[in-house]
Design a protein around this ligand. Structure first.
Ligand SMILES: [Zn+2]
Length: 856
């Protein structure tokens, strides 16, 4: 599953409860089984007028042990009509909560196969969603779609709703004759009933899969089919949107073939279909052979490179191997699904756009992980202590896990890694797995024991925090590289052991060596013919770490201009951002911003110029604003936002916001306008905020910009945009921003709590999500009671999780004391003055340096 909505979370500081699950949280190991489920036959009628589903679910199963007298399935809100066995005998049953217990007329023996047929009706509130036009959204497509993960399929059919079983399935679904019904596997038969004006689709998934992967989508679609290595690849979008298919899905067939080669394991299913549906509650969901996606991946050219649907599409496709072909046995091991799918996003980027492009995605994920680690918690990636299965679908599972697999490949090397993964997929194909299965498969395939790696990266938490420095021993002709691990080593955070590459560059040559980190403090002696121009620690930025590596200006200048790896050039640019008022530095950054061939380095150079913030730096940034690559322009706009109340920067940003034309740069410009705090910023932002854009990124940026601007007038503007009838993503963003803006205006907080509380009861999931985020941002204890209701009663699990996290955050913020506008402005001013002083000190230092050099 994937949720690609970027949240705009505030930073929370202070020493508070940073645990993922309290000590009292019970362990949630895999569910015990009393029977093996071998086949599910679901024969249903879906009525989208009545929003109901009704029919029969037939389970074929066999006891694991002798003497089975009853079976327990999951059924939430279902009306059970009648239950019979294969002989047609009516069985007794009862329900307790979601548990449906069926009594068998006689004890069954181990391995004795039998059927249980359940006739039922449902008007599902979740699990199966009925979308269609209404007053507020007259153009919304009429499509019903399912979302089973984590455990929500039980809301539309009785099932064994836990991932540690696999069975084949048939979905036989009757719908109104204008609709198409899509499901897992292959279409066996399609029939029409002219009198009833219905169509019946008979789908068969003859390769076993787990319950949460059973799926259904019903509606009118535009579609297209390709073939990839003999596999039919299909795309379905709501009728009328067929024009988007080629741009969005053009790479999927190539992905199917490429993953087969890269993973050493061919695509294992009969077909691969992708279907876009309205108001989907995640980014995408990897049901076997039928990925369901939100519509926001249907983008035009003006968002393509900033958004790139490939990330979402490659993620969901990768799940056909990781998650679907091998499936986690329990939610505690969900990284085996999600970290792999995230890692495969990098693999696809590497294959299609090159390793440098992939690296930027890896680093972005790392930044998101650091944010969660610093503001929420650090937890082991594998853990059975959680409240809700949805707790596990966090940044640790996705972004950190993706990075961990990237490191695993580095540790094994690409050839052994591929060999190990191919073996893992072969050995465990069609099975449920746990983390140790992967470790053993690696050992079997490569002979390498990775207990230590699994221990520190999966069963323990945190990451290394390093202080690195080097010096030159001219007598010994050696580089002395000092590395200190400074993280607090306290359960569950270990001292880390990892191999790391060091790149040494002299005038004559450049080479790499590998060292082994393992102690709190280490000094490595590395031979070199002469004092190096630069010493680069982990030049490809493989290791997930925080690092301070103090270098002098000359080394950084050399590194920015000459280092081969883009990570080293990006780090050099970042380091140079601390040298203020220095012409050589600005000239070097100008060269990097205008000439470096990789856009990531150009963007980093822009960031550094924003830190320097001199008139010269500003001129260079204006040049950079002409870059053809939208991702570089975003960096430039962000940097221009650092020029507080500066007329020139304001003019450039206002122009960018209105005229750049590409959506994501315009979003960045909105946020930068707020950051720069120019007196005209408010009216400028409001003027352009309602322009349509892919996934409403322009409006969303403008909403958050208004919050950051702290002007009370923004409250009304934001409130209006939370209204029913506005696009759901605008409602999400404006509700979040409203909370944030309210946090600066004490007198308005009660009214904002009331406004957001009403949104918590909205029918739209993203409006409710925005309200939860808004109440978190507001940080006002009066909002807690409302959040508690959501944490208890909300049906969509990850909203319950968000509400629980929000309550925790509000309590922390309350303990710190409320923010005030005046205090914030004062703080800004102090920061600015501090920067000014630093800059003057730097100028003085550089003059003294020049004088000192003259004397030598
Ligand atoms: Zn996923």
């Amino acid at each position: 599953m994937s949720d690609l909505l970027d949240s705009c979370r505030g930073l929370v500081l202070g020493a508070f409860d940073r645990t993922f699950a309290s000590p009292e949280t019970p362990e949630q190991p895999p569910r015990d089984k009393t029977f093996r489920l071998t086949h599910l036959r679901l024969e249903v009628r879906v009525d989208d007028d009545a929003k109901t589903v009704s029919g029969t679910a037939v389970h074929r199963l066999s006891p694991i042990n002798d003497g089975l007298r009853e079976i327990t399935l999951d059924a939430a809100d279902l009306t059970i009509r009648r239950i019979t066995d294969d002989a047609g005998k009516v069985l007794e049953w009862e329900t307790h909560g979601d548990a449906l217990t069926v009594r068998l007329p006689r004890a069954r023996k181990a391995g004795e196969s039998f059927e249980v047929r359940i006739r039922y009706e449902a008007k599902p509130r979740i699990g199966l969603f009925f979308m269609g036009p209404d007053k507020g959204y007259p153009k919304r497509a009429r499509i019903a779609w399912s979302q089973g993960e984590a455990m929500e399929n039980r809301y539309w059919f009785p099932s064994y709703d836990y991932p540690n079983q696999r069975f084949t399935s048939e979905v036989i679904v009757t719908v109104a004759d204008r609709y198409v019904a899509l499901s897992n596997g292959r279409l066996v038969k399609e029939t029409r009933d002219a009198r009833r004006r219905t169509r019946t689709f008979h789908w068969l998934q003859d390769k076993p899969h787990s319950n949460y992967l059973v799926a259904l989508a019903v509606g009118e679609f535009d579609s297209k089919e390709w073939t990839a290595d003999g596999v039919p690849v299909q795309a379905y979008v709501p009728k009328g949107k067929g024009g988007f298919i080629d741009r969005c899905f053009r790479n999927t067939p190539e992905m199917v073939v490429a993953f087969g080669k890269i993973l050493g394991f061919r695509y294992p299913w009969d077909k691969y279909a992708q279907v876009c549906v309205p108001d989907f509650t995640a980014g995408g969901m990897e049901n076997t052979t039928l990925t369901i996606l939100y519509e926001y991946c249907l983008t035009d050219e003006k968002a393509y490179w900033d958004y790139n649907p490939d990330d979402l599409l490659s993620h969901e496709l990768a799940h056909m191997w990781f998650g679907d072909w091998v499936t986690t046995k329990s939610w505690g091991h969900i990284w085996l699904n999600e970290s792999f799918a995230t890692f495969c996003e990098y693999l696809w980027r590497e294959h299609k756009y090159g390793a440098d492009d992939a690296l930027v995605a890896i680093l972005d994920d790392r930044t998101q992980y650091f944010e969660e680690a610093e503001t929420r918690y650090k937890r082991p990636i594998v853990t059975h202590k959680f409240v809700d299965a949805s707790d596990m679908f966090d940044v640790h599972t996705y972004q950190k896990g993706g990075n961990v697999l990237h490191m695993l490949r580095f540790v094994l090397g690409p050839d052994l890694f591929r060999k190990a993964i191919s073996h893992y997929l072969t050995k465990h194909g069609g099975q449920n797995v746990e983390t140790n299965d992967l470790k053993v498969a690696i050992e079997e395939a490569t002979g390498r024991n990775l207990d230590w790696f699994f221990d520190e990266w999966l069963y323990k938490a945190g990451h290394p925090e390093l202080e690195v420095s080097w010096s030159w021993d001219d007598k010994a002709k050696q580089v002395l590289l000092k590395v200190k691990q400074t993280q607090e080593v306290k359960d569950p955070v270990p001292l880390f052991r990892m191999p790391v590459e060091i790149e040494i560059a002299t005038d004559a040559r450049v080479w790499r060596e590998r060292v082994q980190l393992e102690k709190a403090e280490q000094v490595f002696h590395l031979d070199a013919p002469a004092r190096p121009k630069a010493v680069m620690f982990d030049p490809d930025a493989v290791l997930l770490k925080k690092i301070t590596f103090k270098k002098d200006k000359d080394e950084l200048l050399w590194q920015l201009a000459n280092a081969k790896s883009v990570a080293a050039r990006m780090q050099a640019a970042e380091g140079l951002g601390t040298f203020l008022s220095d012409d050589r530095v600005v000239a070097a950054l100008r060269k990097a911003l205008t000439k470096d061939k990789f856009w990531g380095v150009r963007r980093e150079a822009a960031t550094a110029l924003g830190e320097i913030r001199s008139a010269e730096a500003r001129e260079v940034l204006l040049e950079g604003a002409k870059d053809k690559e939208s991702r570089v322009r975003r960096g430039v706009y962000r940097a221009l936002g650092k020029f507080r109340e500066d007329d020139v920067a304001f003019k450039a940003l206002a122009k960018a916001y209105m005229e750049d034309g590409w959506y994501y740069p315009m979003q960045t410009a909105a946020l930068a306008l707020a950051e720069a705090r120019h007196p005209k910023a408010f009216e400028t932002i409001v003027k352009g905020m309602d322009r349509p854009s892919q996934a409403e990124v322009v409006t969303r940026g403008a909403c958050m910009a208004l919050a950051n601007l702290r002007d009370e007038k923004g409250i009304e503007v934001l409130k209006e945009r939370t209204a029913y009838g506005r696009p759901e993503l605008v409602r999400f963003a404006s509700a979040t921003a409203l909370g944030k803006l309210g946090s600066f205006h004490e007198k308005r907080r009660d009214e904002i709590v009331e406004h957001l509380a009403a949104l918590l009861r909205d029918t739209n999931y993203r409006a409710r999500y925005g309200a939860v985020m808004g109440l978190e941002e507001l940080g006002y204890t009066k909002g807690i009671a409302e959040l508690e209701k959501t944490a208890e009663r909300e049906l969509i699990a990850h909203l319950r999780v968000a509400a629980r996290l929000a309550i925790k955050a509000v309590r922390e913020k309350h303990a710190e004391g409320a923010k005030k506008v005046e205090q914030q402005s004062e703080l800004d001013k102090l920061k600015d003055e501090n920067k000014e002083l630093k800059s003057r000190v730097a100028a003085l230092e550089s003059r003294i340096e020049t004088i000192a050099k003259r004397r030598k």
